[in-house]
Design a protein around this ligand. Structure first.
Ligand SMILES: [Zn+2]
Ligand SMILES: [Zn+2]
Length: 135
């Protein structure tokens, strides 16, 4: 089993993970673009019990298009989001892939909200795309 360490930019807020990802997804929605400052987000989901959090975090709740409430925890000193959970699905925890600072991290398997994808972004051909027919 791989042990991985995710952290914010300043290192104050950290998550130690003792499991392989359940899935790795990228999301092109504008909320993810604003949250990350990048043109898409990339995050890995893990079983909650495999993750140990250290440090202080501040929470921000964002309500998704379909009413789901996502609870993001970010470092109050440097602002990086280090993990988030969906209310009602607390058995899983999502961690931004970039927080691991590991260019060998597993590639995404799912691509979400492609109707907001920047035209120059290309992903592996075998990624599962949602929705299937972007509107
Ligand atoms: Zn920080
Ligand atoms: Zn998104």
């Amino acid at each position: 089993m791989t042990v991985r360490l995710a952290s914010c930019t300043c290192g104050q807020l950290r998550a130690e993970v003792r499991a392989d990802p359940l899935d790795v997804a990228v999301c092109h929605c504008y909320a993810c673009q604003r949250r990350t400052g990048s043109v898409f987000s990339a995050q890995a989901a893990f079983p909650r019990e495999s993750v140990t959090i250290e440090g202080a975090g501040t929470e921000f709740v964002r309500v998704g298009d379909e009413g789901a409430r996502f609870r993001f925890t970010f470092c109050p000193a440097c602002g990086s989001t280090v993990f988030y959970v969906e209310e009602g699905a607390e058995q899983h925890i999502a961690i931004p892939v970039g927080a691991f600072a590991d260019s060998n991290f597993p590639a995404p398997t799912v691509s979400v909200y492609e109707k907001r994808k920047h035209s120059w972004v290309s992903l592996p051909d075998d990624v599962e795309r949602w929705p299937k027919d972007p509107v």
